[in-house]
Design a protein around this ligand. Sequence first.
Ligand SMILES: [Zn+2]
Length: 592
Amino acid sequence: MKHTKRGSTHYRVGFTSRHRWGKRMSTATFPEGFDSTYDNKSIHLLAHHSSRTRSKAAAFTVALGLAFVALPAVGVGAATTPTPPNQTVAQATVPGDAAATAKTLPGDMASVNQVRAAAVPAAAAGPAVVTLGFDDQRVSQASVGPLLTARGFRGTFYVISQFIDEPVGAHPESLTMAQLKSLEAAGNEIGGHTQTHPDLALASQTVQTAEICGGRTDLISDGFKAPVSFAYPYGSFNASAETVANSCGFTNARTVSDGPESIPPAVPMATAAMPSVQAVANATDPAVTVAQMEGWVTGAESGNKKWVQVVWHDIVTQGSQAGDEYYQLTPDFTAFLDWLKGEATAGRAVVKTAGEAVGGAAPIPAPIPAPTSIKPYGAIGALWTAKGGSGAILGLPLDNESDVPGVAGARVEDFTGGKIYWSGSTGAHEVHGAILSKYLGWGGPVGYGLPVTDETVTPDGVGRFNHFTAGRSIYWTPGTGAHTVYGAIRAEWQAIGWELGVMGYPTSDESDAVGGRYNNFQGGAITWSVPTGAHETHGAIRATWAATGFESGPLGFPVTDEFAIPNGRQSTFQHGYITWDSSTGAVKTVLG
Ligand SMILES: [Zn+2]
């Protein structure tokens, strides 16, 4: 893994308004990475933890007797960020879905792209083929069927088989079996989207088989036509998942990036799609406008990649009704459909379900996954049961608990949706989702300690965190992703109010500074060195410090946080200070 060096984010934060932190999201939103069923589920399950306040979490740490020492890095005396074992990210490949990006391995993406590149037809002939895809059977999709039917369109609805009939008001909310049946009766395609929406790139082939084939056989036993189209949860896949999906009887499997796609697709088990439709921007992706969507189609009309797969989640009349930013307002949705109807009437585009677009082979019978006989026990089993067992966030057990290699006395059990760790001193705690990915990427129990909390909702409701032994934490929000924060930097962050203070949430892992360490945050950064300790910088003062070259410039490291002076603010550095005048906005640098 490359160090999280000071990139554009680091610099950009330095030059934005000093009050940027105050504008961060005030409502809980969830990207596909933590979206939909999977993460609403986690909120639901963690609701009973919502009374855990920040001070209580802090007390937890203190109670463990942890000293806030600066760690040179995770691990014992390591000078650099540890290399993650198998979790390298491929940031550039999945523009529509940052969370998925972290899961599909670059090698898998590269081989898919290689095959795709070789297969693009040279000639541009025939109409664009548009597939209207709807993921996660969200309740708001109940409005979609009649809107499609009225225009003679049929869509593909990707269904999480074990979440059908989850009631409105529960998490996740799901269309009912009856609603899904009537969608199919109207000619829409019901596609597979696994049993419980796990991250398939992080799952064993056994689990992939259980989830992908099991989801398909669930739908068949529910009375749906044998599904031929599949969508990877979070767009996350690997070569094994492609093989499994095909062997289950699917003829095509959709990702969430790199569209438009060729017809026939070069890699039917990893078809390219357009970025997930979202009405508002988040930190990783801009909003998708109707004009852009029209551009996708006209581009395919004239280009040689003819297949436009559109990915929707919620269709709502107000954003507040949506579970996350992956929604489109009904007037925009119908505007696009009406425009598309014009293109279809003119013969420039044709709307097909994913199965129709790919056509071809009749599905082969699905292998029936063997039922699991594993029964979690002891403290791990008790926590798994308390979290809702196989029907909830952690899903099915993949193995019996076993020793954690390299951590004496610790035990771990793997589940389809996460892991539970136990030791005599920490008790049993679960880690899942993007936080688990980050944790494993930083070496898991050996590199980053054992969890001392379950995944917990932050007091503002926006973020999630796990605390780990030795004063380490991982914080996640939909807009910032999951990041490590620990040691003296975490102690400083805690002292100035955690995410509710001027810093907001971390936007980088702890990383190397020149002669020290730093974390970037939404509102600035905390920078540490041995002689200076950890101090925050933000706003106009930070921007000025940045312009001088941060700690490698003439000012050196900050030796104070920003503090009030008559008519303004000041940060003091090793070799001078910077002041900000509250009446004029002028910033003055004094060296020496
Ligand atoms: Zn999904």
